[in-house]
Design a protein. Structure first.
Length: 453
């Protein structure tokens, strides 16, 4: 099967169409001209044979003198040689004194070769006389070619017109594409308005519709990024201003301050700013979808759960919080281990931060209704039903931290959890814990299944 080569970046679709269609026009014109030429040759041969027959028959139907005059006129125009013999072989008429053609014994059409040329001969008996009409085949062929060329010439003159028509049709058909390009070239860098689909052909409209949908998604992403940058700048301004003020207080001469308390406050401010920056980077990374560049792998959730609990065990003990696992089943999901670890870490950090001393934070990993459910619940104050959707947005806090060493949050922890859950196709649900009385956050994954081979 013969296929067209794929277009590369330097090829023009219009040029390709014009060249292919023009080549087709040339090929068809050449074939048609060839057929017309051959057909004209055949018709010319038939016409010459017919005229030879008519010249020979003229001697049968008309008088000798009239026939001789007509034969001389015909031979002057068509280069015929007419000869008449008697029964005893005596030539009584010859139209040309310069060219002598031997008598043919055959009746009808035949070919005679002489030293001078090759002749096409037609012979018949005419009332006791033998009539012979001959034509030089070289002259006959030249005349036939001239007639054939005249019949094929109009086709050759039509080729440039047809190619111009091809160029016009292709250019006018691709005009909507040019208009779309001109619309885009005239736009400013930040203009993401949809491209007009008015007067577009059916073949181009789906492409423009898909492009407009892409522009719409890009507009949402850029709007989110602008809002993200604005909120991040606002959130960073407060801790940085507090840090600057605390440093100024420490350096002020003659200012009687409790240096230990000031240093502790400064350390807490630095920790808060560092945590805010870390969370901003994590949220930006997951909203940009950088994890999706790598293929999802099998993630053993029990390992992730045990590691997350172990990393926060000391901090939970300092706040006198019972941190542990209520149930861990050997389950696995498809995803990115680092992202799931960050998600679970944020859930545990939030739970520890908002749970008072002597409280409990439990993690449960179990199968439920064909799904893998990861649950973090605590005995803290929880979140009111009307506030649960709001706290999943960026920079939205549920309330003040209650632990003795807790750092006031930035409102990004649950937003990061939501972003990572969406990246994994998991559902996120906030509710009240029926067992501990605080907040219950459940993340429901699709179970791991072996990829088809």
């Amino acid at each position: 099967m013969i296929g067209l080569k794929p277009l590369n970046a330097t090829h023009s679709l219009r040029r390709r169409l014009v060249l292919l269609l023009s080549a087709g026009v040339l090929a068809m014109a050449a074939i048609q001209a060839g057929l017309a030429y051959r057909g004209a040759l055949v018709q010319a041969d038939n016409a010459f044979d017919y005229q030879m027959q008519q010249l020979a028959l003229a001697f049968r139907t008309e008088g000798q003198a009239l026939a001789q005059r007509r034969s001389r006129a015909a031979t002057e125009e068509l280069d015929f040689v007419v000869q008449v013999w008697t029964e005893d072989g005596r030539r009584i008429f010859q139209s040309s004194q310069r060219r002598i053609v031997p008598a043919s014994r055959a009746r009808g059409f035949s070919v005679i070769k002489t030293d001078e040329s090759t002749w096409r001969v037609y012979s018949l008996d005419n009332q006791g006389r033998f009539v012979q009409v001959a034509q030089d085949l070289h002259a006959r062929a030249a005349l036939a070619r001239n007639m054939a060329l005249r019949s094929a010439a109009p086709l050759l003159f039509l080729v440039p017109l047809l190619m111009a028509l091809v160029w016009w049709v292709v250019s006018s058909s691709l005009a909507p594409v040019r208009l779309v390009r001109e619309q885009l070239e005239a736009r400013a860098a930040g203009d993401l308005q949809p491209v007009s689909e008015r007067a577009l052909p059916a073949e181009v409209r789906p492409l423009v519709s898909a492009f407009n949908a892409l522009l719409g998604r890009a507009e949402k992403v850029f709007a989110g990024q602008r809002q993200f940058v604005a909120n991040a700048a606002h959130e960073l301004r407060t801790p940085l201003a507090a840090l600057k003020l605390q440093v100024q207080n420490l350096r002020a001469p003659g200012n009687e301050v409790d240096h230990d308390a000031a240093l502790l406050s400064l350390e807490q401010g630095v920790n808060r700013a560092a945590r805010l920056i870390d969370q901003l980077m994590m949220l930006a990374r997951h909203e940009a979808g950088t994890d999706a560049d790598d293929a999802a792998v099998r993630v053993a959730l029990p390992v992730v759960v045990r590691d997350a609990i172990a990393q926060r065990a000391v901090f939970a003990d300092e706040q006198q919080i019972d941190l542990g696992a209520a149930e861990i089943q050997p389950l696995a999901v498809a995803g990115w281990p680092d992202a799931i670890a960050i998600m679970l870490g944020n859930l545990l950090d939030n739970a520890i931060k908002y749970t008072p001393s002597g409280g409990t934070v439990d993690v449960t990993l179990a199968a439920l209704d064909g799904r893998v459910e990861l649950v973090v619940e605590d005995s803290g104050p929880g979140i009111e039903p009307g506030e649960r959707e709001r706290v999943l947005e960026r920079f939205q806090r549920a309330g003040p931290a209650v632990g003795p060493h807790a750092v006031q949050g930035s409102g990004l922890g649950l937003a990061i959890v939501k972003s990572i859950a969406e990246r994994h196709g998991a559902s996120l649900l906030l509710a009240r814990s029926p067992r501990l009385g605080g907040l219950r956050v459940s993340v429901s994954f699709a179970p791991w299944s072996e990829p088809a081979r």
